[in-house]
Design a binder for this molecule. Sequence first.
Ligand code: ZN
Length: 124
Amino acid sequence: MVDGQKDMCVPSELLPVCPHCGSPMTMNLRADDKFVEDKGWHEAAKRYENFLQTRNGKRILFLELGVGYNTPVIIKYPFWRMTAQNPNAIYACVNYGEAVCPREIAGQSICIDADIGILLAGLG
Ligand SMILES: [Zn+2]
């Protein structure tokens, strides 16, 4: 697709399709009612919930990488709320152009306004 793109467009025949019905494939985003929450998703959600419960009040880093304002109620707002509720927590975010946090947790926050690709490459 990268090799075949021209003027920001990809030839239609290169778009991935469902192997079963041939419908165009799409990313699994919470943009509509088609977000897939399968068995693996529910198991991961359970592990995450268990992690949060067993670490309640402990030293914890809420590391947010490249989360924007498309669906902030999934990651961003809960991270802010859990940081505000736990004086031992740190909220850190890397975001290009939207590295912000509420004033209430500014003292517990590290907001890095940067291109995550460049930032991570610099760590290597
Ligand atoms: Zn299909």
